[in-house]
Design a protein around this ligand. Sequence first.
Ligand code: AP5
Ligand code: MG
Length: 214
Amino acid sequence: MNIILLGPPGAGKGTQARRLVDERNMVQLSTGDMLREARRKGTEMGKKAGVIMDRGDLVPDEVVIGIIGEVLEAGDAGGGYIFDGFPRTLAQADALGELLEKVGQTLDAVIEMRVDDEALVERITARATCKDCGEVYNDNTKPIPADGKCTNCGSTDIQRRPDDNEESLRTRLLAYYKETSPLIGYYYAKGDLQTIDGLASMDDVATSIASALR
Ligand code: AP5
Ligand code: MG
């Protein structure tokens, strides 16, 4: 089963994708994580993308389509792909459809995670992420353990993202409403869209996703 988690910054895409990886052996494809990894490795593409990401703007379509294309062609789908933060534009959505067809896969569901802006700002400004394994923390709902060690991998390298500040977040939200929200209509028209309440607790959101996938 291949699914898209669609939602604004802070909607909980990464949090829920990680649960699906653990529970269903699915493969999380987060273009944001992949771009941050390229930046960490110091590749030319990673450096260029990093500047754009810090501002909160979208990285060019051809870059992210290229990244996803490489992974799909490598073909390790496990229990299915979770597209987290991809596609983000209509051009990316068209490209994903073509890429899936090329590798003989289908898209089974698009889950729109709906969360209001006020909650997004609160979540994002409270977030921290383990640099080593990607485990997500939140000052209010899932604080960093007192010993500073990641509960998942034991690393002490838990950091705030450079784009998790109010100014970049405003740009990210604008990009979401302008470029990404048209995908809601795009997938609704195809009959793939399911909308869930992303404001609920993490467990309740997981339950809603599970029933949407049934
Ligand atoms: P990306 O990394 O995808 O960031 P984003 O879309 O802005 O989303 P986030 O990762 O910030 O939020 P999330 O929905 O994963 O929430 P999370 O689970 O962490 O992209 C970053 C940048 O890369 C983009 O701005 C762009 O520049 C570039 N990029 C990436 N993909 C691209 C593409 N396809 N095209 C072009 N450019 C691209 O949760 C957030 C916080 O809330 C956490 O602290 C968490 O603990 C908490 N939380 C989660 N769920 C709940 C809940 N139910 N209740 C309470 N708190 C919760
Ligand atoms: Mg994320």
